[in-house]
Design a protein around this ligand. Structure first.
Ligand SMILES: Nc1ncnc2c1ncn2[C@@H]1O[C@H](COP(=O)(O)OP(=O)(O)OP(=O)(O)O)[C@@H](O)[C@H]1O
Ligand SMILES: [Mg+2]
Length: 381
């Protein structure tokens, strides 16, 4: 009856006695073997279910013989038990079916990155290998699935970044090269042309320097080990704001834009002076760049119980709401052509975001097209 732990009592007669002994010995051996098998099965299942990869074992008819729960999660299979079902039934993806087919009937080990359109887009690296029985006969396949969506996304960000940087650097370099060639072609002999082209070279060289400096700042803010060495001190906020306004004075005077300060002169903040100043300068620079002449910019600093907020409000062109979610991304510009014409690379706000973040704070924007924008940096105490 399968009750292997029950033992036959020991008989006194010699024959029956040894028979009962060996029966008991057999029962305990069998019991030990079953224990070992159960233990091995539990171990195997524990290993399978703790894997970060999905595992799917199929027979030669592409029917599921074993799997782990990660597979259900990865492929978004709602079915609780898929044993015995064919893979076509449970996943709709031709690439995966072709892949399994090639493992079962052709190439015996293969690796491939597959694209899945599930509740979201997913990239899954699949690795397939053939299953062989003790007679060396093919009996199926084991497919291991690994979610590489995040890796693919990071790789795309990296490639976009390199493409963007190259593109931004090419514009000034082309202008410099063109001017140098014109100078060499004879413009150098005419002092007025020489001056004109040297000024172009000068302007574009400054532009190159500012792009490279912005990129270096970003790289620094993204480097964890540099962040740990940063010194934060109690600073006079009014003083930081005044210095920022001074840094953009030339531009504000040129456009006759008034900058109003609404900040208590005694207000202090726990911050990294140089970086906070840079963030305010970047926001002021935008406010000036994207506002018409003779308008007003207001800088307000308010200390609340839990944080200090520095807001910069302009009466400029404003930003359509559909652009707001991506505004703080590197290289993002609302009107690419227009803002590049104004000497914009699209790194300014990405730097502001990082500076707010290293102060454990954040930056926020409210904007109405044709009326103006307010950018606020919140820094917790
Ligand atoms: N105050 C503002 N008013 C209107 N549009 C703005 C304002 N600030 C930023 N923007 C928009 O957001 C985009 C991104 O700003 P960001 O400062 O990152 O880049 P940029 O000013 O173009 O170049 P950079 O600051 O690197 O020289 C700008 O191109 C512009 O379209
Ligand atoms: Mg800017």
């Amino acid at each position: 009856q399968g009750k292997l732990e029950t033992r036959i009592p020991h008989f006194q007669s010699e024959e029956l006695g040894s028979l009962s002994d060996s029966m008991n010995e057999m029962a305990s051996q069998l019991n030990r073997r079953i224990d070992t098998i159960v233990q091995q099965r539990n171990e195997r299942e524990a290993i399978l279910s703790s894997l970060a990869e999905g595992v799917l074992a199929l027979d030669m008819n592409e029917k599921v013989v074993n799997y782990n729960t990660k597979v259900l999660e990865l492929l978004e299979i709602s079915d609780e038990n898929i044993i015995g079902k064919s893979v076509q039934e449970i996943v709709r993806n031709n690439e995966l079916h072709d892949f399994i087919d090639s493992i079962l009937h052709g190439i015996e080990n293969e690796e491939k990155d597959l694209h899945f359109k599930l509740s979201s887009e997913k990239y899954i690296a699949v690795y397939g290998t053939i299953l062989i029985n003790h007679e060396n006969k093919k009996i199926g396949t084991v497919i291991v699935l690994n979610d590489i969506t995040k890796l693919k996304r990071l790789d795309k960000i990296r490639r976009d970044f390199v493409a963007n940087v190259s593109h931004e650097l090419r514009t000034p370099i082309t202008a410099i090269k063109g001017s140098v060639e014109t100078l060499l072609d004879g413009a150098l002999d005419d002092s007025e042309s020489a001056r004109k082209f040297t000024q172009i070279i000068n302007r574009h060289t400054s532009r190159l320097i500012s792009i490279v400096e912005d990129l270096l700042s970003l790289a620094k803010f993204e480097n964890e080990s540099v962040l740990h060495t940063m010194q934060f001190e109690t600073e006079n906020l009014f003083n930081i704001i005044e210095l920022s306004v001074l840094a953009v004075e030339q531009k504000s005077t040129a456009k006759n834009i008034k900058i109003l300060l609404e900040c208590d002169k005694e207000l202090t903040i726990h911050a990294q002076h140089k970086y906070l100043e840079q963030a305010i300068i970047n926001l002021l620079d935008n406010a000036l760049k994207y506002s018409d002449n003779n308008t007003t910019i207001t800088i307000q600093a308010v200390r609340k119980t839990d944080k200090t907020t520095i807001s910069i409000t302009d009466q400029g062109c404003g930003i359509p709401s559909n652009h707001l979610p991506r505004l703080f991304e590197r290289f993002y510009r609302v009107e690419s052509a227009r803002s590049r014409e104004m000497g914009g690379t699209g790194l300014g706000l990405a730097i502001v975001k990082h500076i707010a973040r290293i102060h454990n704070g954040n930056v926020e924007v409210h904007s109405t097209p044709n009326e103006g924008s307010t950018f606020s940096i919140h820094i917790p105490h």
